[in-house]
Design a protein around this ligand. Structure first.
Ligand code: SAM
Length: 281
């Protein structure tokens, strides 16, 4: 039984880290004309009104997107990536201030070109219902179903390039292994795919199973970006956000480093970012 709803967490610090990285990856891929299939295995609702009861309850966006949003003029000067990303956040606002936060379906669809394709998987009927209500380009396919199985079934894709986002809720411990197994199988069918995998950093450290599973499975070229707000021992909640990028576009690391260096002061003196190879070439 699925209970996770991303609306409770929309726009939090992990979303900023994840969607900024996603934006940068897509931005790099768009430098070439050849067509891309995007697959979002765990799509969520697509767009989150911050005044919705679920989001307003915890207001995690206050510690997340609201901070860079408030400082957007200065941050745009420090990092062009941050400037572009914050301008994109601005595109979904409907009033004078910050009132919506875009989820991964929006980030993947808003720059979709005529030659590109996007498949969104969402298993939860309620979440899929919200996703189905979103105004998205016609080329976007929304599928109610299991995203990991859906990804493997979709391979090989017809376009020369493939970009995948895997962003589960990790409600079940087994999901870390399932994600690793799926990525290893997918990479056998699509060697050049750019695959992003998000994971939460929790005191139990279960994300290590995912990282080690990919490394021990023989996968190469895995870049890892981790944003931590504090130490694991300081509480029971999520203390950091991690993203793996398999086959990262050239130059991605520098752009993310620059953007994260500008963002870190917004989260205080204990905030850290590290970005380096988990497994090199
Ligand atoms: N990717 C979204 C974003 O960045 O805006 C957030 C996704 S949220 C972390 C995870 C979503 O995966 C939830 O909406 C949940 O209902 C959905 N989900 C859980 N298990 C799934 C599965 N096996 N296949 C597809 N979706 C699933």
């Amino acid at each position: 039984m699925l209970s996770y709803q991303h609306a409770y967490h929309a726009g939090n610090f992990a979303d900023v880290h994840k969607h900024l990285t996603l934006y940068a990856v897509v931005d790099h891929l768009l430098r070439k004309k050849s067509s891309i299939t995007y697959i979002d295995t765990h799509a969520g609702r697509g767009l989150y009104p911050l005044a919705a009861a679920e989001t307003a309850r915890l207001q995690e966006y206050q510690q997340g997107v609201a901070r860079p949003w408030a400082k957007r003029t200065g941050l745009s000067k420090a990092s062009s990536l941050l400037g572009d990303w914050l301008a994109a956040v601005g595109e979904v606002q409907q009033g004078g201030g910050l009132d919506h936060y875009p989820g991964s379906p929006w980030w993947l669809s808003h720059r979709l070109r005529e030659q590109d394709r996007l498949r969104l998987f969402e298993l939860h009927p309620g979440e899929h219902g919200h996703l189905a209500d979103q105004a998205l380009p016609e080329a976007v396919k929304r599928i109610q179903g299991d995203g990991l199985a859906g990804l493997l079934k979709a391979l090989p894709v017809k376009t020369p390039r493939l970009c995948v986002l895997i962003d589960p809720s990790y409600e079940r411990k087994a999901e870390y292994d399932e994600v690793a197994d799926t990525v290893l199988s997918a990479m056998r069918k699509a060697r050049h795919a750019v695959v992003m995998i998000w994971y939460p950093m929790l005191p139990a450290g279960r994300h290590q199973a995912l990282l080690e599973g990919l490394r021990d499975g023989g996968l190469r070229k895995i870049w890892c970006s981790e944003l931590t707000l504090g130490d694991p021992g300081e509480g029971h909640g999520m203390y950091g956000s991690g993203i793996l990028v398999v086959n990262p576009p050239w130059g991605l690391d520098e752009r993310i480093h620059e953007a994260m260096a500008a963002l870190l002061p917004l989260w205080g003196p204990t905030a850290r970012h590290r970005g380096d190879w988990w497994v090199g070439e």
